[in-house]
Write a protein that binds this ligand. Structure first.
Ligand SMILES: [Zn+2]
Length: 117
């Protein structure tokens, strides 16, 4: 019985495909970056983002107050990662939080981090 040849790619084709894929991803990231920069520069979008952020902060504070729980702890009172809220933290990371009253428009916030998520 004769074996049919499959339409596989040879090494050169695969390397060319990888380069093409990387170039495509690079162009897409550049486009997305420019698009989001322009989107954030729009005053209407800035207003919506501020309203959403204020609402989310209010809801988070209300939820934390209802739970009567210390931030970054689980239901047993053990400290947990501030991102995944499952693992025990091994370090702290610094994140920037938008703050309209801060001199540069943001403040640094320290969050416990598990190092895995
Ligand atoms: Zn985590």
């Amino acid at each position: 019985m004769e074996c049919k040849r499959t339409t596989g790619t040879v090494f050169g084709d695969r390397a060319r495909e990888d380069r093409g894929q990387k170039a495509f991803l690079g162009k897409r990231r550049q486009y997305n970056r420019r698009y989001m920069r322009a989107w954030r520069a729009d005053p209407v979008h800035q207003t919506h983002e501020r309203e959403n952020r204020d609402r989310w902060n209010y809801e988070r504070k209300l939820r934390d107050a209802r739970n009567d729980r210390i931030p970054f702890t689980n239901e047993r009172g053990e400290r947990v990662c501030g991102l995944c809220r499952r693992e025990a933290p091994v370090t702290e990371i610094v994140r920037l939080q938008v703050c309209d009253y801060a001199p540069h428009g943001y403040v640094e916030v320290r969050i416990p981090y598990c190092g895995q998520c």
